[in-house]
Design a protein around this ligand. Structure first.
Ligand code: GAP
Length: 502
């Protein structure tokens, strides 16, 4: 099955099992906006909690905020978003479709990378066990040619983006022979800049002064609260401020399901440190964040760093943690060393002094900042798409299972009376009522037990507890494990211990 087909199945599974619905579906949907259903909201909340706890509970020097989405418009001037938060867009004159010029070029580079991967796969097949990938990459003339081509395009592309050279971007698209996927033609308009912020009006008087923006990132809500938090919580540098919240971007190309949305959630942490120590903290957070991902139990081959060679004007180091989504490796999280850019700009635009007195060195300074910024919806997609499996069982039947990390699954257990009579529902409910205080517990009595197991597999419930007629006599239940489908008889008194250790 092609990765495109698998991705389609993942999207329809998410809808069919109450994880994600297109927003406003009754009215045929709204582009790149999605709603989370009953199972989706549980999974999403568990991801949030996993991030929030690891940031705040596990780091004594990180505290949280929940700042408003509406902020003073000057903030977005200071941050640079009003002037520079743009995407280069280009239209195809024949299909009338709009694209991001940078994405067209990135996709072209990704296609060359795909060719390299195909060469590797072919060689692996040819050489079998004796295949040495490193040696192959270093010696295959064809692969070396592809790599050189990628690097040349990449370098030119980065230079054009940095120089904001829109005419150059158009020329590059033409030179590379990039065609519109819909019309198949190269009939392109000029490249134009498009600001991604949504604007609205505050109050009843409609003039320019009351134009405000829906925040395009949560980070600025942290920077403008730096002084409040540092003072009220008596924070000592180095310290961090974490925030989870909605962000809004008027994305030109909204596709790939919840990967690129117009309304999404971010989990961001700004870590303030003494100038000169930022590279140590940058390396610390780079490793720490990767460990957070790996602690979910997803194989490390699914992640990679992508260090930025060309840096934004305010950054002195930047890397992305990329994840292998069904449509290839793409950014999941960004880690940036943002210097003192943001606090200095807010100092300048607000006219208020933003300084820290460091009693250890007897000096005042504007703190430097290392940012970790991860998309909640993208993490959802990473976890969900990796968990989705279609399995053929030993008896030839198939099942769809979500091997979600246990701590993230919408329900930890489902309690199922074998039949809906003979006192089994009563015993099952009593077990559920005991478990529900410590774990998210589901109860179901409709349908055959086989069908109920399949449904729990499909939503990723790690443990099913079945109460049968023997249960009434021996006060034991059958616990079925989602991943192996193994079943074991467990005394009711031992259910919690069993779940904790399996
Ligand atoms: N404060 C830094 C910042 O906002 P970013 O790279 O623009 O940096 C950070 O965004 C993360 O937010 C990304 O790595 C991605 O996971 C998520 N993200 C950004 N735009 C998104 C979108 N349109 N839809 C879903 N997630 C998005």
């Amino acid at each position: 099955m092609s990765s495109e087909d698998i991705f389609k199945k993942i999207v329809s599974h998410a809808k069919e099992y109450g994880f994600i619905f297109p927003s406003s579906e009754l009215y045929d949907g709204l582009g790149a906006v999605y709603d989370y259903g009953p199972n989706g909201v549980e999974l999403k909340n568990n991801i949030k909690q996993y991030w929030w706890r690891s940031m705040t509970q596990m780091h004594e020097n990180i505290v949280g905020v929940d700042s408003a989405i509406f902020m003073h418009p000057k903030i977005w001037k200071a941050s640079g978003h009003v002037d520079a938060f743009n995407d280069p867009l280009i239209d195809n004159k024949d299909s009338k479709k709009r694209y991001r010029a940078d994405v067209l070029i990135e996709d072209h580079i990704a296609k060359i990378e795909e060719k390299i991967n195909k060469e590797i796969a072919k060689a692996k097949k040819r050489f079998g066990d004796s295949f040495n990938e490193e040696q192959f990459l270093a010696t295959s003339e064809r692969v070396k040619g592809y790599k050189q081509e990628m690097e040349t395009i990449h370098q030119r592309f980065a230079d054009l983006m940095n120089a904001n050279d829109l005419a150059g971007l158009k020329s590059l698209i033409e030179e590379l022979g990039i065609v519109c996927p819909i019309s198949g033609t190269r009939n392109w308009t000029d490249v134009r800049q498009f600001n991604l912020m949504f604007a609205t009006k505050m109050g009843s008087v409609s003039d320019d002064s009351d134009t405000i923006y829906l925040r395009p990132e949560t980070a600025q809500g942290i920077f403008v609260n730096y002084l409040n938090v540092q003072k009220t919580n008596r924070m000592k540098i180095p310290f961090g401020i974490a925030q989870i919240g909605k962000a809004f971007r008027n994305e030109i190309v909204a596709r790939q399901f919840i990967f690129r949305m117009r309304e999404f959630e971010q989990m961001e942490m700004e870590f303030f440190c003494r100038p000169g120590t930022e590279m140590d903290w940058f390396n610390y957070w780079k490793e720490e964040r990767m460990n957070w991902h790996l602690a979910l139990g997803i194989p490390k081959e699914k992640y990679r760093y992508h260090d930025h060679e060309k840096l934004a004007h305010y950054a002195n180091a930047a890397t992305d943690i990329e994840f292998e989504f069904p449509f290839g490796f793409k950014e999941l999280e960004g880690i940036h060393s943002r210097t003192d850019f943001d606090l200095k700009r807010h100092q300048e635009f607000s006219g208020k002094k933003i300084q820290y007195f460091d009693s250890e060195i007897n000096e005042s300074y504007t703190p430097y900042c290392v940012e970790t910024s991860i998309g909640l919806d993208r993490t959802f997609l990473a976890v969900f798409s990796h968990a989705y499996k279609e399995e053929t069982l030993s008896d030839g039947q198939t099942r769809t299972v979500l091997n979600l990390p246990k701590q993230l699954a919408p329900y930890k257990v489902s309690v199922l009376p074998l039949v809906n009579k003979d006192g089994l529902p009563e015993m099952a409910r009593s077990i559920m009522n005991d478990l529900k205080f410590t774990m998210r517990t589901h109860y179901e009595e409709k349908d055959t037990i086989g069908k109920r197991y399949r449904r729990q597999d499909a939503i990723g419930t790690p443990y099913c507890i079945t109460v049968d007629n023997d249960s009434l006599k021996d006060n034991s239940v059958t616990i079925r494990l989602r991943d192996t489908m193994q079943q074991e008889r467990v005394a009711v008194d031992n259910i919690k211990t069993y779940i904790a250790s399996h």
